[in-house]
Write a protein that binds this ligand. Sequence first.
Ligand SMILES: Nc1ncnc2c1ncn2[C@@H]1O[C@H](COP(=O)(O)OP(=O)(O)OP(=O)(O)O)[C@@H](O)[C@H]1O
Ligand SMILES: [Mg+2]
Length: 336
Amino acid sequence: MTDVLRINDLVVEYTTQRGVARAVDRVILSLPENRTLGLAGESGCGKSTLGRAIMQLVPYPGRIVSGEITLNIDHDQVWKKGTIPKGDVPILDMTEDQMRSLRGSEIAYIFQDPMTSLNPMLSIGKHFVQMQQAHNPDIEEAEAIERATEVLEALGILAERVNDYPHQFSGGMRQRVMIGLGLVLRPRLLISDEPTTSLDVIVEAQILEEIQELKDMFNLTMILITHNLGVLAQTADDVAIMYAGRMAEIDTTETLFDNPQHPYTQALLQCVPDVTKPEKQLAWIPGAPPDLVDPPMGCMYHPRCPFAMDICKAEQPSLLESDTGGLVACHLYGRK
Ligand SMILES: Nc1ncnc2c1ncn2[C@@H]1O[C@H](COP(=O)(O)OP(=O)(O)OP(=O)(O)O)[C@@H](O)[C@H]1O
Ligand SMILES: [Mg+2]
């Protein structure tokens, strides 16, 4: 099967007054067509930075230091000065103009806060028209609106509401509009960064189901970023767990939940409430993630790991195949 996305040894750093923080540290990832990868891990572990790097949208003072990101596109992409031929596109070699053409049409990114991403002065329909005309100046307004209503209706928003303004929509509706804007150009890869975090659980469940339906309808490959493991259990095919900028473990969702290999994954799963076992004490992970400006030697997780050995304090574990067929970066498992 084709990999829609491949990431190799990606390093992203933020240069701050305190020093350099490596937010993404030699990340390796491949994402086969039509699969949904859930990206999870504690706050600050680099999920959004990784997602943004794929779009070449790492905010200042961050920069992509090294590595490769390859996106597979299934048709030629026309931009203002030429054509990007279909096949594997080396994202980090693209100019800003080429990236602008790929963003939206091939890779879409849904941000967490829909209100700050919508213009209060523009109707919902106008957002869709501008989005499509930015990529295809010849498209007529009527056609752009027709495409918008098709996507919006799939998300449960009536066609007549395209004339309304963002403030006339509820939080859940606005997030649906953002998802619609992300999908209207039929991208190959959709990255959604905590798309439902600010919503109540009922709306969250509805939207996640709608995203699943749209994924099938539009033949999407997806990265779903969240720190809610319950959400991933329902929606992701595979899960990647990040810790302090590094990949700790990657496996199919089922295997990762049934048989987690990395002590960090095990600890994270202990923290998920289980309604069927109300007597179970909710665990937490002692300590805090490391300071990325001054990280510990060896495995980043060793100061919090109950199984830490001498080697863990000295040597970084590589991401190797685990017993379950996934990948794990842990001295306990990776070297069996
Ligand atoms: N603009 C910035 N300037 C300096 N450091 C930053 C900046 N943005 C992120 N970082 C640092 O990079 C690291 C990764 O941040 P990132 O936002 O990617 O994490 P995250 O996993 O998405 O967290 P969350 O779950 O809270 O969204 C953090 O330690 C953060 O402090
Ligand atoms: Mg984030």
